[in-house]
Design a protein around this ligand. Structure first.
Ligand SMILES: [Zn+2]
Length: 76
């Protein structure tokens, strides 16, 4: 693969084809040139971009469960 420049990948946020540089690598941080979203390369061939900050669903659901169990205690 020679003379491969200005590789582009689809932004998951806005769908724009943003540049990832000459030698994209997994874990590389990319700023979308269209929406400014902070992205990370999670896959090559084809290049897949993902959001850098993913909400932690596990922590959220655990807090939610604690709330539920607390509510159950107050029931007679
Ligand atoms: Zn974007």
């Amino acid at each position: 693969m020679k003379s491969k420049k200005n590789t582009v990948a689809a932004c998951p946020s806005c769908g724009g084809r943003t540049l990832v540089g000459d030698h994209p690598q997994i874990g590389q941080f990319v700023n979308c040139r269209f929406c400014g979203e902070e992205l990370e390369i999670i896959k090559l061939n084809p290049i897949i971009l993902d959001w850098l900050y993913v909400p932690n669903d596990d922590i959220y659901s655990k807090e939610y469960e604690d709330e539920l169990s607390l509510a159950n205690k107050w029931e007679y």
